[in-house]
Design a protein around this ligand. Structure first.
Ligand code: ATP
Length: 253
């Protein structure tokens, strides 16, 4: 089933050439679609446009066939809980003044009335927070700590737990492991794959790291200077038909 359809999406910042230019792709339910490209090629701009954090210049974004590019904030509410984002820097994503349990419960409290959870269940705040921490393989005692009392890897697990707490359909992962050391990176990527399968999630996985993208994704897209160069199945990554730019990226890794 088709979850997200993007057609001819273009976005430019004032006074600059298009950061994202005429981008078209589809993302299917249950898959991880990878997007790889060097720094500054427009990956985060695309992520922000999909989340409607940035307005787009032209093109369309459909979620399950519904155009969402022109919806106002109130009309967007039902989509806000279906599409979540995990950013590169978990420290910026967590409120330093809130204990982990309060950050974790926040999306649930915000969307409580519209939620129909199937994997998690809410009986009490404590029990719910415990379930979330367990889902991302963290111990329950972290609930009472503040973000600065956690490691970078633990903080990123907390932001992932927040994103999955309301059981979204799609998560945009924007360089989710870029701030982590290699061992934590591997662990977080394995966790994300497990969660996708358990919770029937779909991912748009954005990274400059070709190895990570190819490990996670069933299909991949390559972006350069705001444009999509090509898209292909993961098992076609090393095919001789690949674009010369993709081959260049492969040669660097
Ligand atoms: N708020 C902004 N205002 C003006 N220009 C911006 C803004 N955000 C990004 N840009 C420009 O848009 C282009 C794409 O940036 P973007 O952050 O989307 O790239 P990226 O591929 O995510 O890079 P990185 O991997 O380094 O995060 C760059 O030329 C950048 O300078």
């Amino acid at each position: 089933m088709n979850l997200l359809t993007v057609k001819q999406l273009t976005k430019s910042y004032q006074g600059s050439k298009a950061a994202v230019s005429n981008l078209s792709f589809e993302l299917n339910k249950g898959e991880c679609l990878g997007l790889v490209g060097e720094s500054g090629c427009g990956k985060s701009t695309l992520a922000r446009c999909l989340l409607r954090i940035e307005p787009i210049d032209s093109g369309s974004i459909q979620f399950k066939g519904e155009p969402i590019e022109k919806l106002n904030e109130r009309q967007l509410l039902p989509y806000r809980k279906k599409i979540q984002i995990v950013f590169q820097n978990p420290s910026a994503a967590l409120n330093p003044k809130l204990k982990i349990k309060d950050s974790l419960i926040d999306p649930f409290v915000q969307y409580r009335k519209e939620l129909n959870l199937s994997h998690f269940s809410y009986t009490s705040k404590e029990a719910f927070v415990k379930q979330l921490l367990e889902a991302v393989e963290l111990t329950p005692d972290l609930a009472d700590r503040y973000p600065h009392e956690l490691s970078g890897g633990q903080r990123q697990r907390v932001t992932i737990a927040r994103a999955i707490s309301i059981e979204p359909e799609l998560i945009v992962l924007d360089e989710p492991t870029a701030s982590l050391d290699v061992i934590s990176q591997g662990a977080v990527l394995s966790l994300l794959t497990e969660l996708r399968e358990t919770l029937n999630l779909s991912y748009l996985f954005i990274s400059h790291d070709l190895a990570a993208v190819s490990q996670m994704s069933q299909r991949m897209m390559v972006m350069k200077n705001g444009k999509l160069i090509e898209q292909f199945n993961r098992d076609q990554l090393f095919s001789k038909e690949r674009h010369s730019y993709t081959k260049e990226l492969i040669s660097i890794f």
